[in-house]
Design a protein around this ligand. Structure first.
Ligand SMILES: [Zn+2]
Length: 136
C-alpha cells in the first residue's frame, strides 16, 4: 500500500515553511518526503525530525547500507548470545565452530560499517574501548 502524505504531515510542512524553513530538493532517505533547512542551518524531515544530509545518490545508498548493516549487527549479536545459552544446556555440541562463523560475520559487518560511515565523524566518536589487536 502506498501512503500519500497525511494531513498531519502537510500541516507540519506548512508549519516549517511558516517558521522560515526552506524546502530542499533533497529527500528524506527514510520516507522520501522533501527535507527542510531551518534558519539554524539544520536539515530536518517533517516526519523524522533531524536526518542526515544527503549529498548525492551514492550518499543515499550509503545511508541505506548503513541501516541494513546495523540491523544485521543486532541480529548476529542476538544469535551469538543464543549459541552461548545453548552451549550451557548441551556442552557436547560444537560451540566453537558456531561462534567462529557468527563472529566472522560480525567482524565483517563492523568493518563495512566503518567503511560506510563518514570518516568525518571520527572526531565525534569517543574512544570507549580500544582494542589492542594488531591486524596486518
Ligand atoms: Zn523522513
Amino acid at each position: 500500500m502506498e501512503r500519500r502524505s497525511s494531513p498531519e504531515v502537510v500541516r507540519r510542512m506548512a508549519d516549517l515553511l511558516r517558521a522560515g524553513a526552506a524546502m530542499l530538493s533533497e529527500r528524506c532517505p527514510l520516507c522520501g518526503l522533501p527535507l527542510f533547512r531551518l534558519k539554524s542551518g539544520e536539515i530536518v524531515c517533517p516526519v523524522h525530525g533531524r536526518v542526515y544530509i544527503v549529498r548525492d545518490e551514492s550518499e543515499v545508498s550509503k545511508v541505506t547500507v548503513q541501516g541494513v548493516l546495523e540491523e544485521l549487527e543486532k541480529f548476529v549479536a542476538h544469535r551469538i548470545s543464543e549459541v552461548i545459552q545453548n552451549a550451557e544446556r548441551s556442552p557436547g555440541s560444537d560451540v566453537a565452530e558456531a561462534l567462529r562463523s557468527w563472529l566472522d560475520i560480525l567482524e565483517r559487518t563492523e568493518r563495512i560499517l566503518n567503511m560506510v560511515t563518514s570518516p568525518k565523524r571520527e572526531e565525534e566518536r569517543k574512544e570507549t574501548n580500544k582494542k589492542s589487536s594488531s591486524g596486518g
